[in-house]
Design a protein around this ligand. Sequence first.
Ligand code: GDP
Length: 337
Amino acid sequence: MTKRALITGLTGQDGAYLARSLLTKGYEVLGLVRRSASAEFMQERLKWLGIHGDVRLVDGDMIDLSSLIRICRENQPDEIYNLAAQSFVTSSWSQPFLTGEVTALGATNLLEAMRLEVPGARFYQASSSEMYGLVQQPVQSESTPFYPRSPYAVAKLYAHWIAVNYRESFDLHVSSGILFNHESPLRGIEFVTRKVTDGVARIKLGLTDKLKLGNLDARRDWGHAADYVEAMWAMLQQDIPDDYVIATGRTTTVRQMCQIAFSHAGLNMEDHVEVDPAFIRPAEVDVLIGDPSKAKRVLGWEATTDLETMMREMVDADLVRVGFEIQKDRARVEAHG
Ligand code: GDP
């Protein structure tokens, strides 16, 4: 029998990769979308992966419980993946209330809709390594205490604990994946890896000469989103729901990550990168490094793409994208004389 999955945050990086993976596995995939003027633009990632015609879009909103109840009742999903969030850390200081509403209370709404309408379904909550914040242990595992350092991380921590609470209170199959940073050519331009690879492409193709960044000494454990969505799925195939750290176990500075991207394009980072205080955060998470051993032991999951390979893939994709933009601009100029 065909399984049906509901994904919130479908139009984001992880939603797109997860949808593709589930379609390949034979699932029927439904994606929650908010009605908005930019709906067409929002499907860009699904188009990039060539799956925009294969996913059924359902109208609803994470902050509208009634819409989530209706969607669950009408569609009876077997698996629910909650990837919806205001996910950019910097914006969470300028929009703390919205971040809490969507990221924290939105998760509660979706759990409530599942409890009321499809209590036999399985639920995945996208938790985040940002919850470790001011890290309490040198390497972070499922038992490391949390210390969030941004409104985003505080909201994610609420969502994480409400997911655990619904599992324990109502005996629901709810699992939470504490995912460390994961990137890809579909990463939003506001995140540092993609900002760097887009910047490298623009410099290489002569559109600009400088790239302004913030803290180059921060360290992150960066993996590939296409690997990480497999861990989400694997969690929901277990008999017993649980929480898992998903990471590579390797940490790299922003500076080193930049060097990989610049050198792949034959450029010298020192010639182009400038530190701009505008990109320094009110509170920083200095270092993250995850211990994925439980995921390996129980789920048989392991990160397969290393940072170098991923950065090269991202730079190549941005060279194509920016090259295409330049061609379009030229054609426009020629058409208008
Ligand atoms: P996050 O870990 O979810 O906040 O992912 P980001 O990709 O947004 O940021 C990762 C790290 O890169 C953080 O420690 C940032 O302070 C650092 N960083 C340095 N310069 C920049 C920048 O220009 N933009 C962003 N987004 N992050 C930067």
